[in-house]
Design a protein around this ligand. Structure first.
Ligand code: CA
Length: 298
């Protein structure tokens, strides 16, 4: 088997395995025998480290919460394919007057899993896309999000790295996605918020088109979008302005305060079609299933 075929098989298999693990954990949890962690659902307390030690700031402060570079919304209306019909209401970030503090995250040691995908596709449709694009694109996709398991390791300081290359973008892939699967469905009222950062060295931030977070029920083979938030180019532009004034990385929480249950969620990074490499564009540090909202200082 050629290397490219191995890579393709590996990627497709990882998607299939994620679904299998997810279902197996669900069955096991139903009789209380699985290790779902302290909450029994694949989540546990997030581990934060002080900002001055390189951690993800999580105290609700201006750069640690969602001001101005983030958005947590409630009450969005989406179609089953994830199309946003109504964006809902911001409850943190922007001009909401509140910031988000992450308290619980999806964790691999408690049964959460994560996979990399493209164009919002999973399962068979993703396999079809990869087959159509050919092995070179598969390799690029596989390599485009490094250290994906760092998104579900409980530590806010660590994260997966999204790297965008011109060759990838020219191959009909318009979004890079990271999915996080929980072994148990999360009830309505929980959060689905990705802790993201944008490295200080990202020079072409304005080439990023949008960041979208979506929650799903259903299965890998038949996902059904529930709620979503888009962090659009204008908001990203604010981040770009912010970057110009900061020495270090910029942090943001992007996601939803749910009104519907969900079983898995994705963060999708879309770009403008460009002919230059963006480099490491974004890191996904943790996936927060719970948190608190705090009022911004007057
Ligand atoms: Ca992490």
């Amino acid at each position: 088997m050629k290397l490219k075929d191995i890579l393709k098989s590996s990627l497709v298999a990882s998607v299939a395995v994620a679904g299998a693990i997810s279902l197996a954990a669900c069955r096991a949890d139903s009789d209380g025998s699985a290790n779902g962690g302290p909450n029994g659902d694949g989540t546990g307390a997030v581990v934060n480290t002080p900002e001055n030690e390189g951690g993800f700031p999580n105290d609700g402060g201006a750069n640690g919460g969602t001001v101005p570079g983030g958005s947590v919304t409630e009450g969005s209306d989406v179609s089953a394919d994830g199309t946003i019909n109504d964006p809902g209401t911001p409850v943190a970030g922007g001009d909401s007057g509140h910031s988000f503090i992450c308290t619980e995250t999806a964790q691999s040691r408690f049964g959460a899993t994560t996979v990399i995908a493209a164009n919002g596709l999973l399962g068979g449709p993703l396999s079809d896309l990869l087959n159509m694009l050919g092995a070179d694109s598969v390799t690029q996709l596989t390599n485009s999000v490094a250290d994906k398991d760092l998104t579900i390791d409980s530590y806010l300081v660590t994260g997966s790295s999204f790297t965008l290359t011109a060759s990838l973008l020219l191959n009909s892939i318009d979004s890079l996605d990271q999915f996080v699967f929980l072994p148990q469905q999360q009830p309505a009222g929980k959060y689905a918020v990705f802790a993201l950062s944008f490295p200080a060295g990202t020079l072409n931030l304005d080439l990023l088109k949008s960041i979208k977070v979506t929650t799903y029920t259903g299965t890998v083979a038949a996902p059904v979008a529930q709620e979503a938030v888009t962090f659009d180019q204008v908001q990203i532009g604010l981040l770009g302005d912010l970057l110009g004034n900061l020495v270090g990385d910029t942090y943001a929480y992007v996601g939803v305060k749910t009104l519907k249950p969900y079983r898995f969620a994705s963060v999708s990074l879309s770009t403008l079609l460009i002919s230059a490499d963006v480099g490491t564009a974004m890191k996904a540090h943790e996936f927060c299933t719970d948190g608190t909202l705090v009022a911004n200082p007057a």
